[in-house]
Design a binder for this molecule. Structure first.
Ligand code: SER
Length: 611
């Protein structure tokens, strides 16, 4: 079965049991400031566990893209990846343990063809202090299911917090209002096949389901979402829910009876590309970890870029930057060069090819990935070698030396730490605390220094870029006029050749809309409208209707640019902006929208050129 076939078979299996199909949510959560990424299938569904009716009913099924940044450093073994797809089925106050365990066993056996002799399960042992009983019911159901297959030896094992699921882990970490409950994990036993298991560390040692050696691979988890935490303790939910999640990559590994998820069709072709572009060989133990890291990180990077993330120094953007730069360091270690742009672009293309049917439009996305990779690696590649040399000479990596490396060479602190520990350097215990303190105080200083000098994000201020800058405001105004006021600028980039503009809008523009936008901008250009600048208080500017790209970026006193002002309430465009701009629109050449494409979930990108 191909990965796509397996995914489809799972969806079909639950569709036959009256589940409605739900498309994957974005990797960047919407309306959930508590977390940077979607890390499980249940995350976007939280309100429905608490009783809000789901528009598609009480049973849904999907395959959710997931990214777990907390696993970045785990990547390298046979089973951890930062990006994965989670097959999920949900019951919102509908069926419960009995049906779930029966169905999922049936799916693994009859659809995936797994040998029941190789399956083991875990259930919750309970917590007396919290008044939560052990899950004897789930254990009983499992025993019966195994017995029906003629398996009567011990298959069910009790664990504590490992068999409790909430978004934030164990019960003690949960805050009021958070739902959670006991869960039951299913493991596939690879026996002696696992390479680490043959190594001395685990040889001849009895291990158990949750042992770190990875002999038993968790391939699915049925969460019995039973409780909500309140001030009074754990209260049972009125409607009990099922949240099942199974990693597609891991299920494939079990079906292949091969413990290495990197050998599945979701990774093996990527590994071939890495081997082609470096001196590394996957069969070589010394190279294996680096190759796995590159394969995982670039796949994750491609999916994050697709969902609108761009490398930066904060939040999601910083994680993406770490992925790309860490992969670049590993590629360098493998002999893949200092600026592995062609290798990374080839890997990105391979990722796209593997997932083309489900997630990508090869023609549109190819250019997007190439641009982001190129820009980020060009920047980092130049300093990588120098940074590595400096790092070699450092005796102790502490907050100050790490910050210098970050400042001068763009080394994320985690990467500096990893290289330093590989090279057996001393690592100061306060490394991260000191580093973050220096970084924050530096950011404060540079913010203060740039207040008042903000130049609208223009790289240079030649005549043509100034014209493109004013065209950006007209474009923004035209998009809002034609598509609606939900359109907001997400980013822009101007070169001497073109203007690139990203904005929020849920779907592709039609040809007619593109024509309308283009005609509108050209009409305004021909109307020779005045472009005026005013300095005023930030609040007054907002009250006057000016739109701001990132409101928090502006000081109290701001400049705004207005195009075509006839009266206080009659104008074409009013934006917070440091300028500079042309003083009348007729100075701009007529424009053409040369390209329109997706730029992540709910974000479109257009290119504008002067005719
Ligand atoms: N929420 C559970 C998990 O992430 C099952 O979907 O493992």
């Amino acid at each position: 079965m191909t990965p796509d076939d397996l995914c489809q078979a799972y969806l079909d299996f639950f569709k036959k049991k009256n589940h409605a199909f739900l498309p994957s949510a974005s990797l960047v959560p919407e309306n959930d400031p508590t977390t940077l990424f979607t890390g499980s299938g249940m995350q976007p569904l939280l309100p429905y566990f608490l009783g809000q009716p789901h528009p598609q009913g009480k049973r849904v099924v999907n395959s959710q893209k997931c990214f777990r940044s907390q696993d970045i450093e785990e990547v390298g073994d046979n089973r951890h990846t930062t990006f994965f797809e989670m097959l999920g089925n949900w019951s919102f106050g509908d069926y419960f343990k009995q049906e779930q365990l029966k169905w999922i066993f049936e799916f693994f056996l009859d659809v995936c063809g797994l040998d029941p002799q190789k399956l083991y399960v875990s259930v919750y042992e309970g917590n007396q202090e919290l008044g939560i009983p052990r899950d004897a019911e789930a254990a009983q159901i499992w025993k019966k299911l195994f017995a029906e297959k003629g398996i009567t030896d011990e298959r069910v094992f009790y664990y504590g917090n490992q068999n409790w699921w909430s978004r934030v882990g164990e019960p003690a970490n949960m805050s009021d209002g958070e739902p959670g409950g006991p869960d039951s994990e299913i493991f596939y036993d690879f026996g002696g096949k696992l390479e680490t298991h043959e190594n001395s560390q685990f040889a001849d040692r009895a291990c158990h389901l949750n042992c770190d050696c990875g002999r038993y691979l968790e391939i699915g988890n049925s969460v019995f979402m039973t409780y909500v935490k309140t001030k009074r303790g754990f209260e049972e939910l009125e409607n009990k829910n099922i949240d099942f999640g199974g990693g597609l990559e891991r299920i494939l590994a079990a079906m292949n009876d091969d413990p290495d998820v990197f050998n599945t069709d979701l990774f093996a072709p990527i590994i071939k590309v890495i081997e082609n572009y470096s001196a590394g060989l996957y069969a070589n133990q010394n190279d294996k970890k680096a190759i796995r890291v590159i394969a995982d990180h670039l796949k994750a990077a491609v999916f994050l870029i697709k969902d609108g993330v761009r490398p930066s120094n904060k939040e999601q953007g910083y994680v993406l930057r770490r992925l790309l730069r860490r992969a670049a360091v590993k590629m360098h270690d493998l002999g893949g060069g200092l600026t592995p742009v062609p290798a990374f672009c080839a890997i990105a293309h391979e990722v796209m090819r593997i997932y083309a049917e489900k997630y990508f439009d090869e023609n549109l996305d190819k250019v997007l990935f190439e641009e982001v990779i190129d820009e980020e690696l060009e920047r980092f590649g130049k300093s990588l070698n120098k940074g590595l040399k400096v790092l070699k000479k450092i005796k102790i990596l502490n907050g100050k030396t790490a910050f210098d490396l970050y400042q001068t060479f763009g080394f994320p602190v985690e990467i500096a730490k990893e290289i330093a520990s590989r090279d057996s350097k001393t690592i100061d215990g306060n490394l991260l605390i000191d580093f973050n303190q220096l970084k924050n105080s530096h950011a404060r200083q540079s913010r203060q220094a740039t207040i008042g000098k903000f130049a609208g994000g223009l790289g240079d201020q030649s005549e043509v870029t100034i014209k493109y800058h004013t065209a950006t405001h007209l474009l923004h105004a035209a998009l809002r006029k034609i598509l609606g006021n939900h359109v907001g600028q997400k980013g822009s980039n101007i070169t001497a050749e073109r203007l690139r503009f990203d904005f929020s809008h849920p779907q592709a523009l039609t040809l007619e809309e593109i024509n309308q936008v283009e005609t509108q901008i050209n009409t305004w250009i021909e109307a020779d409208l005045p472009v005026t600048k005013q300095t005023m208080n930030k609040q007054a500017a907002l009250d006057a209707g000016a739109i701001a790209f990132f409101i928090e970026k502006y000081p109290d006193e701001v400049t705004i640019y207005t195009i075509g002002q006839k009266s206080d309430s009659d104008w074409i465009s009013k934006e917070f902006c440091g300028g500079p701009h042309v003083d009348k629109t007729s100075k701009i050449n007529l424009v053409k929208l040369s390209k329109e494409q997706s730029c992540g979930a709910g974000v479109r990108r257009v290119y504008v050129k002067f005719e």
